[in-house]
Design a binder for this molecule. Structure first.
Ligand code: AMP
Ligand code: ZN
Ligand code: FE
Ligand code: FE
Length: 291
């Protein structure tokens, strides 16, 4: 069995460019032995991903990536692994997050228009496509793609730098879950909450990061994403040290978004691969809890 996996990926259910079934096919074609779909704030792609993975004989872990409150300039994303996509409390939480986006996205577009950037919500919705049941979770990458297509910026990165990132001319925050609630709904759905890409917390030093991880552990954190496309080698080592110190599972993934992030390939994390052991340890802990 191939020893590599990818535990962080997005599909057209949120801001990836491939359908869940296409990500499953790519995972199998890329020689991965297991993968997880972790769309932003939705479980809409899980059923299709699971079914295709079963057909292709590749192991699959249902996941989600939830947006949680955190002081700027940091971003706090919590991955939930092994969640039950039919969980009622998870559905309530994702509904709330979708509402937060439905409020924010038109504000971004209105500000862009004030700035002379003539795009519409209809164009953004068309960019996101039909998505899965319940419609796609629409995010800034969809707006960025419209800006690129219409020639207002030359790249997704420039769209973020100029307009969409924190501090950009058309940035608006969106309603998120408190970290405690994010952990609660993931646990209630039977999943393990994992701190995504800790480098995006934008902590100033290792003592600050240590403190946050300790606080999150007290709230129920189960793991930490050590391998991620944004992590330099020093970040990987720092996260591994934190995992050992606080007895957290280690996870890793590319944060694949297809054409939305052209430089990221499924199964590849800055020249490294994610070991199968990370997937096995998650599954062991999930099975332990079900007994
Ligand atoms: P949203 O869900 O609307 O808050 O947008 C979050 C998505 O935007 C995530 O997939 C991020 O990876 C992506 N993103 C955030 N900042 C940037 C950036 N500076 N450049 C490219 N993508 C970004
Ligand atoms: Zn994304
Ligand atoms: Fe993220
Ligand atoms: Fe992600």
């Amino acid at each position: 069995m191939p020893p590599f996996v990818d535990l962080h990926s997005h599909s057209t259910a949120s801001d990836g460019s491939l359908r869940p079934a296409e990500v499953a096919e790519l995972a199998a074609r890329s020689g991965l032995s297991a993968w997880a779909l972790t769309d932003h704030d939705t479980v809409g792609g899980i059923a299709e991903a699971q079914e295709t993975s079963r057909r292709l004989g590749i192991d699959f872990l249902p996941g989600i990536e939830v947006s949680a409150e955190f002081p700027p300039p940091g971003t706090l994303h919590i991955l939930g692994y092994g969640i039950d996509p039919t969980s009622a409390s998870l559905a309530e939480a994702t509904g709330q997050l979708r509402h937060g986006r439905d409020t924010r996205n038109p504000r971004i577009v209105a500000r862009l228009r004030e700035l002379g950037v003539a795009i519409t919500m209809a164009e953004v919705e068309a960019e996101a496509g039909p998505g899965m049941a319940g419609g796609p979770v629409i995010g800034r990458p969809h707006i960025a793609a419209v800006l690129v297509r219409k020639g207002y910026v030359s790249s997704i990165k420039q769209a973020f730098d100029k307009y969409l990132a924190q501090g950009g001319a058309a940035y608006f925050d969106k309603e998120r879950l408190s970290p405690a609630r994010a952990f609660e709904v993931i646990r209630q759905a039977g999943g393990i909450p994992v701190l995504a890409h800790p480098v995006q917390l934008r902590m100033q030093n290792s003592a600050q990061l240590d403190r946050i991880v300790k606080d999150l552990k007290d709230l129920g954190l189960g793991g930490i994403e050590v391998l991620h496309s944004d992590h330099a080698l020093a970040d990987v080592e720092a996260c591994m040290a934190l995992a050992r110190r606080y007895n957290l599972l280690m996870t890793g993934g590319s944060d694949f978004h297809g054409a939305k992030k052209k430089d990221i390939a499924l199964g590849h994390v800055k020249g490294q691969r994610v070991p199968r052991e990370y997937y096995d340890a998650l599954v062991r802990q999930l099975n332990l809890r079900k007994q």
